[in-house]
Design a protein around this ligand. Structure first.
Ligand code: AMP
Ligand code: ZN
Length: 493
């Protein structure tokens, strides 16, 4: 008996705007594809939010007992600047600016992506395929679309013919757009444009001589269009129809719309049963984005090294902050919000510690089975983590009352409460009780700051024996002091 057999999970399907009961194609199994990062720069906190939403979803599926094949790709080619059809590949541009091989850029930022996700305690996906590792599959799809008459070749590039597709399919059904409106709202094609219509999108682009990332194809040397890799990799690993496709809200159009068109053109039917879109993290009320400079890197939050922050925050506190909002709501990052989340996170962790040592009684004042049911109801209602967290705090309230002798709990209920709390806090929300270590770090900083102050006083008093002793003995235990214009700082080796 699996947990999922007892639960009715509802998912908000972006395809029809409805919350639907989730029924996977194959009982007990789920195929889920999530668009991964473009690895040409450090992953910012906004990107992390989207991947964290799907990490939580992946975790809940696993908790329910599903066997999940979770595919999250790495976009390491074919993404043009400003997502335009023309211009330079973002990775190639970075490679030119930093005088690196494109694959050095890819390696650097893939490592950064993995390091950050590990800090946030993400579970690795089942498969993490790369776009450049699937050029052959992408070429095969283009051939298929050309054969079926939904694409045309021009000047050694291949474009998807949106108008032709729209004759017997519905282009725009995911984003709720009508092709006629799109045509009415776009500029005329200029003489340099080789596409038949502005709505058409590239499946294959001819590589100009200076273009570094290029592959041979039936249409000459070139590179694949932006949307093709996800169709190629999702079909290869999950099949022509699979359960869930996810990504950030900003990918709905044109990326996911084009994915649907490509797959329908090839296979004649819709590729995905449930489309899920995670909402944006904002900063100062605006979407966090690397390109506009309105972004914070995770490393800046972990170190506190950013003018917006009054202190450092641990990855679990940031994780808790993000999961306190529903994945479909916009969330604004601020120092105050992080401070409040840290308080809440600590209260939750304290509650779990108290729970371990609670004395039990013959009966309970806290209806644990009813509470547990509410936790599942929250998650079954389109992964409502804010409601789940409210229920976890409800449990903490009872835990504190039991500790203070105002309420009782039976041994059976205590065990049930502990198992359920641990499952939701650690397995489903993916939080880690590392704040203890953070506490140690805070204490260490305070002690070293005190020694730096005493050393300064010794130096001001020309007591160099004492000031040198402080410096040398700190160095002996691996703490280096560095004197600078702004005062003395320290590092731990
Ligand atoms: P990219 O590397 O630009 O392809 O983005 C990777 C993922 O991060 C995509 O699913 C985007 O939708 C998502 N993303 C980008 N900016 C934000 C943001 N400010 N908040 C949440 N998700 C974002
Ligand atoms: Zn994609």
């Amino acid at each position: 008996m699996h947990l999922y057999q007892d639960q009715e999970l509802k998912i908000y399907n972006s395809l029809n705007g409805k919350k639907e009961v989730f029924t996977p194609l194959n009982e007990g199994h789920i195929g889920m594809y999530v668009c991964g990062p473009t690895v040409y720069s450090n992953v910012h906190l906004g990107n992390c939010r989207t991947f964290m939403s799907f990490d939580m979803i992946f975790r809940y599926f696993r908790h329910l007992g599903y066997k999940v094949r979770y595919v999250r790709n790495i976009t390491d080619a074919g993404h043009l600047v400003d997502d335009a059809e023309d211009g330079e590949d973002k990775i190639a541009k970075k490679a030119r600016l930093e005088k690196l091989e494109p694959m050095e850029v890819v390696q650097r930022y893939t490592v950064d992506f993995h390091t950050i996700l590990q800090k946030f305690n993400f579970l690795p996906p089942s498969i993490e395929p790369t776009a450049t590792g699937h050029i052959i599959e992408q070429i095969e799809i283009i051939k298929d679309i050309l054969e079926k008459g939904y694409a045309y070749e021009i000047n050694d590039s291949v474009y998807f013919d949106v108008s032709k597709f729209n004759e017997d399919h519905e282009y725009g059904k995911l984003s709720g757009r009508k092709l006629e409106d799109m045509i009415a709202n776009t500029r005329e094609l200029t003489a340099q444009d080789e596409k038949k219509s502005p709505q058409d999108f590239a499946l294959w682009k001819k590589a100009e001589p200076q273009h570094i990332m290029r592959w041979p194809s039936p249409w000459g040397d070139g590179f694949p269009g932006w949307h093709l890799e996800c169709t190629a990799m999702s079909t290869k690993y999950l099949g022509e129809t699979f359960d869930i496709h996810g990504g950030g809200m900003d990918l709905k159009f044109p990326h996911h719309e084009c994915e649907i068109a490509q797959a329908e053109a090839c296979n004649g039917h819709s590729p995905v049963n449930y489309w899920m879109h995670a909402n944006m993290l904002t900063l100062n009320g605006k979407k966090m984005a690397k390109s506009t400079g309105n972004s914070i890197l995770p490393g800046e939050i972990f170190s506190g090294n950013n003018a917006l922050l009054s202190k450092a925050f641990s990855p679990s506190v940031v994780r808790f902050f993000m999961l306190q909002a529903h994945y479909t709501s916009i969330l604004d990052l601020s120092n105050d919000a992080l401070l409040a989340s840290e308080k809440g996170f600590n209260r939750l962790m304290d509650g779990l510690k108290i729970l371990k040592n609670l004395d039990t009684a013959k009966s309970s004042d806290f209806d644990v089975p009813a509470w547990k049911k509410k936790c599942y109801e929250a998650m079954n209602d389109d992964f409502n983590t804010p409601i789940l967290i409210a229920q976890l705090f409800e449990a903490v309230k009872h835990i504190n009352a039991i500790k203070e002798g105002r309420e009782n709990i039976s041994l059976e209920d205590k065990n049930e409460l502990q198992t359920t709390m641990n499952a939701f806090v650690f397995d489903v929300l993916g939080l880690e009780d590392k704040n203890d270590n953070e506490g140690d770090t805070d204490t260490l900083s305070s002690v070293v700051e005190l020694l730096i102050q005493l050393r300064k006083e010794a130096r001001d008093n020309k007591d160099f024996a004492t000031s040198d002793k402080i410096r040398d003995q700190l160095a002996a235990v691996g703490i280096q002091l560095k004197d600078g214009k702004e005062g003395t700082t320290f590092s731990v080796s």
